[in-house]
Write a protein that binds this ligand. Structure first.
Ligand SMILES: Nc1ncnc2c1ncn2[C@@H]1O[C@H](COP(=O)(O)OP(=O)(O)OP(=O)(O)O)[C@@H](O)[C@H]1O
Ligand SMILES: N[C@@H](CCO)C(=O)O
Length: 293
């Protein structure tokens, strides 16, 4: 029996659509595996009632197939599905690390990125790897067709999760087909600023680099209260605020001293528009951890 804890993640960070991602300290999924002739899956924890146990419909089933590693797989969800916090990816990343070890496949964490991304293809229609990469590797990750670049980072964030669901499949449907050159130029500048900010652990640079005029504005329309919550978080000291992944989660980057006030005003502002929410006060953190029982 092997156990893996894989963290929630926040993808895009505004200017890095389908490219940037960060691992969050909390929450996380915990996956336990043991060898078996056929894959069987059980799910407990946050939002488990919405997650299929059929291996053909669960991200961990796709990973077991990709590694040719049948197993009994128990998933304890800490990351609620359809949250924007990489719920489906956390399970897939955990399963990839666990099954790779269980069957001695010998793949590196980088080599497990496309394997875990098979799970994302199953649920959102595309094998985008911007959530599985940070869940596997930790820190800040840049995913391109040529591979993954990772840097460790330790920046305080607040991830606020309202009681509503936005499926990644639906949120991908509102992404525009094209962009003006002016918006592309702005986005390249912002993305570069953000990447440098990560290498310096600088919340001000990272926050500034999260601005995006192409994808994010289309998606905020799917999140009731987004504009009010963003304004309140910036007022409380956030250096940048954007949609986490496909939403409805909202990510605020900040200095440690402002973190509690930002979390509390985000919850209060959602409350004022009639939506319950919770806020994780955490940091960019480590990737998946393997425990041998
Ligand atoms: N192991 C799993 N964990 C979570 N969701 C799963 C899993 N397997 C299948 N799913 C399905 O995936 C969908 C949730 O994935 P989705 O990509 O929409 O949300 P998310 O992972 O929280 O968001 P995001 O990718 O925007 O951060 C749900 O329909 C859920 O039933
Ligand atoms: N880059 C993906 C991440 C989903 O979490 C999207 O925004 O659709």
């Amino acid at each position: 029996m092997l156990t893996v804890r894989a963290p929630a993640t926040s993808a895009n960070l505004g200017s890095g659509f389908d490219v940037f991602g960060v691992a969050l300290g909390t929450p996380a999924d915990v996956v336990r595996v043991e060898r078996a002739p056929e894959t069987r899956i059980s799910v407990i924890g946050a939002g488990s009632q919405y997650i299929p146990e059929d291996p053909n419909q669960n991200t961990v089933g796709a990973v077991a197939d990709a590694l040719d590693a049948p197993a009994h797989i128990k998933i304890d969800k800490g990351v609620r599905p359809s949250s924007g916090l990489g719920s489906s990816a956390a399970s897939a990343a955990a399963a990839a690390v666990a099954l790779n070890a269980l069957y001695d496949r010998g793949l590196s964490r980088e080599e497990l990125v496309p394997v875990a991304a098979e799970g994302e293809a199953l649920v959102s229609g595309e094998a985008h790897a911007d959530n599985v990469a940070p869940s596997l590797l930790g820190g800040f990750t840049i995913v391109t067709d040529d591979g993954v670049t990772q840097v460790d980072a330790s920046i305080p964030v607040v991830a606020c999760l309202p009681e509503m669901s936005v499926s990644t499949r639906d949120a991908r449907g509102v992404v525009p087909d094209s962009a003006t050159l002016e918006d592309v130029v702005d986005t390249v500048g912002n993305a570069a600023t953000l990447a440098v900010g990560m290498t310096r652990d600088d919340p001000a640079l990272v926050g500034r680099g999260m601005e995006d005029a192409i994808v994010t504005p289309e998606r905020t329309a799917l999140i009731d209260g987004y504009a009010q919550v963003r304004d309140a978080a910036l007022e409380a000291g956030a250096t940048g605020v954007t949609v986490s992944g496909a939403g409805p989660g909202i990510l605020a980057v900040c200095h440690r001293r402002d973190q509690a006030a930002i979390a509390s005003t985000m919850i209060d502002t959602f409350d004022a528009v009639g939506i319950e929410s919770r806020a994780y006060q955490t940091r960019i953190g480590e990737g998946a951890t393997l425990y041998r029982d």
